[in-house]
Design a protein around this ligand. Structure first.
Ligand SMILES: NC(=O)C1=CN([C@@H]2O[C@H](COP(=O)(O)OP(=O)(O)OC[C@H]3O[C@@H](n4cnc5c(N)ncnc54)[C@H](O)[C@@H]3O)[C@@H](O)[C@H]2O)C=CC1
Ligand SMILES: O=C(CO)COP(=O)(O)O
Length: 354
């Protein structure tokens, strides 16, 4: 497949803008049919953000100090961004995606491949973002790809070497999107396990809240490593119950993302958890943050999905209890450590025991 001629990115927050930079930098090394690098057009909700990106090649609200390549353009008009796009990248807060798609469905090119950068689960429906995209746009799931991995936007915007995963049921499409996003500092691997890749990114935000709470309460590395590891065990149980592959959880979109997010001060989810651990209420935490901490919104849906699938997720359950004000962060450790003892191998599927 030839490189794309035009890529539209809907959402000019930190990850949408950074990914636009990745695609634009990648495009400078691979010309399309016309011999030109792909045109990358970002749709920003706020006109002043669009103007700043388009005219000054900066997005100072989200990526202070980062210069964007000349082939990144921006507009506040979604039709202009989407017109003739071969790839449409979606990077808005998860809970707003459905409403956003309803507004642009008529102008989104039917032939485009749609790529989700989002790491959230929709409340009420418990739907993954790729499922929301397929249902709202009437697209076959083979036309939808997901990008996930240890991808803190600011580090990538600073061109620090990073790997990622592009997942799509159609392996040719995954390879095409990966090629379009392959920049000197960004190396995407492909994977056909969309469920596993997506669930890894969703649940790690909830686990990062728990690790942040440990930080906020002044706990050390044993505690945090225990939460990360048992967090990976419960993520793996849920992902495999939904049809995801266990190996995916040991990869970039599972362990990789979990480690990056849980150890980085740049992580919004870990920061939100830390503030909860310092005794702020969930409302105070939300009010203090200008960017999206998806775990705060998705945790309830993750727990709901787990219960519907008979999957035990004690850390997620404790995080939800803290968010609902039913459990204090100081009582959380007692609640988790006081559970019945069990085998570390309990996460395996029954068939593995035979
Ligand atoms: N920032 C990061 O390092 C990474 C973020 N992600 C995921 O990417 C997704 C987007 O995250 P960020 O870009 O970081 O968020 P952000 O908070 O930096 O930006 C969100 C963008 O969506 C826009 N927006 C807010 N409410 C909206 C609404 N109601 N309708 C339409 N647009 C709206 C904002 O104006 C902003 O442009 C999230 O699901 C996040 O989990 C994934 C990997 C890395
Ligand atoms: O998903 C991320 C890194 O891969 C970003 O994590 P936060 O949303 O917690 O900042």
């Amino acid at each position: 497949m030839k490189p794309p001629r035009k890529v539209a990115v809907l959402g000019a927050g930190s990850w949408g803008t950074t990914f636009a930079k990745v695609i634009a930098d990648a495009a400078r090394f691979s010309s399309n049919d016309d011999g030109h690098p792909a045109r990358v057009v970002v749709w920003a909700r706020r006109p002043e953000v669009a103007t700043e990106i388009d005219e000054r090649h900066r997005n100072s609200s989200y990526l202070d100090g980062i210069e964007l390549p000349e082939n990144v353009h921006a507009t506040a008009d979604p039709s202009e961004a989407l017109e003739h796009a071969d790839i449409v990248v979606l990077a808005v807060p998860a809970q707003t995606l459905r409403a956003q798609l309803r507004q642009v469905a008529d102008v989104l090119p039917r032939s485009a491949v749609v790529v989700s950068l989002m790491k959230g689960l929709e409340r009420d429906s418990d739907a993954r973002m790729s499922e929301v995209i397929c249902s709202e746009l009437g697209l076959d799931s083979s036309r939808v790809a997901v990008v996930s991995g240890p991808n803190l936007a600011m580090e990538i915007a600073r061109e620090e070497p990073t790997a990622s995963v592009v997942a799509c049921e159609d392996e040719e499409i995954a390879a095409w999107v990966a090629a379009a996003a392959s920049a000197p500092y960004f190396r995407p691997y492909t994977n056909s396990d969309v469920v596993g890749v997506e669930m890894g990114g969703i649940v790690k935000n909830v686990i990062a809240l728990a690790v942040g709470m440990c930080d906020g309460m002044g706990m050390g590395d044993n505690t945090k490593a225990s939460v990360i590891t048992r967090g990976l065990a419960e993520t793996t149980r849920l992902a495999s119950a939904l049809g995801g592959r266990i190996e995916t959880m040991a990869g970039l979109a599972g362990l990789g993302d979990l480690v990056a997010t849980c150890s980085s001060p740049l992580s919004r989810n870990r920061t939100a958890g830390r503030l909860l651990g310092e005794d702020l209420t969930p409302d105070e935490v939300v009010a203090s943050m200008t960017q999206t901490a998806e775990g705060m919104k998705s945790a309830h849906a993750v727990l709901h999905l787990a219960r519907r699938n008979d999957v035990e997720m004690p850390i997620t359950e404790a995080v939800v209890a803290v968010l609902d004000g039913r459990l204090s962060t100081t009582d959380m450790a007692r609640a988790l450590l006081g559970r019945d003892l069990k085998s570390e191998q309990d996460h395996r599927n029954e068939s593995d025991d035979e």
